[in-house]
Design a protein around this ligand. Structure first.
Ligand SMILES: [Zn+2]
Length: 263
């Protein structure tokens, strides 16, 4: 009897999104990896979970385009997006300067790469899912790779480097780029559109706004989730994690001045 297929046996394959833009979904975290090809070069978005998976992605990319893989963008430092990096030592590797990743180009805010007749734009909107999220836009194809700024397979994920208020603002920046036909490729989950981005922005903004309101009413963090008249998106774990994050951000704010001199 054949052994059931585990994730390590699952072949890595790119499937077309639009034009010369593809995506692959790699395990065990079902993370999206993007591929873009112009006339002279190709660019990869994220690297998989290990050097071995990075090598698999290289081989899979070579099956759909013969353009040399000149650029690799890592959307953020989380292992499922970044740990394949060593497989790409002969490409330009790009990450945000705050990511701490060993890359050839540490980006502060914005960059553009010409793949030969096809331009790719890379941008950082500020702290959000992590301190150093990058998005990758392919304007001619109407496709944006959003990394984990957007997830459609589950609720947004937070860690100690997340910035809830900044995440809402970053999604405002992303939303401003969208046209009715733009496809948004999340870090995890199916290809999304403006409604999905708006949905996630609304959920994060609801947590941030309600937590901020509760904070300024002097409500203790432990009482916020169960407080009357407040409603929370997603599940309890997601909401309470985000509320804790919001309270940490709010407690770092300068306290109101009640005495002179004001400055
Ligand atoms: Zn992540």
């Amino acid at each position: 009897m054949a052994r059931p297929r585990g994730w390590q046996d699952t072949p890595v394959e790119f499937t077309g999104i639009r034009g010369q833009v593809w995506r692959a979904v790699v395990q065990p975290e079902s993370v999206t990896v993007g591929l873009v090809a112009g006339d002279t070069a190709a660019l990869l978005v994220d690297t998989g979970t290990s050097p071995a998976q990075g090598a698999e992605l290289r081989a899979a990319a070579a099956r759909v385009t013969d353009r040399p893989l000149r650029h690799v963008v890592v959307t953020h430092h989380h292992w499922d997006h970044a740990d394949g990096l060593p497989a790409f030592n002969d490409s330009e590797t790009i990450a945000h300067e705050s990511s701490g990743l060993p890359v050839t180009t540490a980006l502060s805010s914005i960059a553009v790469r010409d793949l030969g007749g096809l331009t790719v734009e890379i941008a950082h909107f500020g702290p959000a899912h992590t301190q150093g999220d990058l998005i990758v836009a392919v304007p001619a194809a109407g496709v944006i790779f959003a990394g984990d700024l957007v997830e459609t397979s589950g609720p947004p994920q937070f860690d100690e480097t997340s910035d809830l208020d900044g995440w809402v603002k970053s999604l405002d920046s992303l939303y401003a780029l969208l046209k009715p036909t733009t496809l948004v490729v999340p870090g995890h989950g199916d290809v999304a559109d403006a409604w999905d981005v708006g949905h996630q922005r609304a959920g994060l903004a609801a947590i941030w706004g309600q937590a901020e309101w509760a904070f300024y009413q002097g409500i203790a963090e432990r009482d916020v989730y169960t407080h009357d008249n407040l409603q929370w998106p997603w599940d309890e774990t997601t909401a309470t994690t985000a509320i804790a994050l919001a309270y940490q951000e709010l407690e770092r704010r300068p306290k109101p001045k009640t005495q002179l001199p004001l400055l």
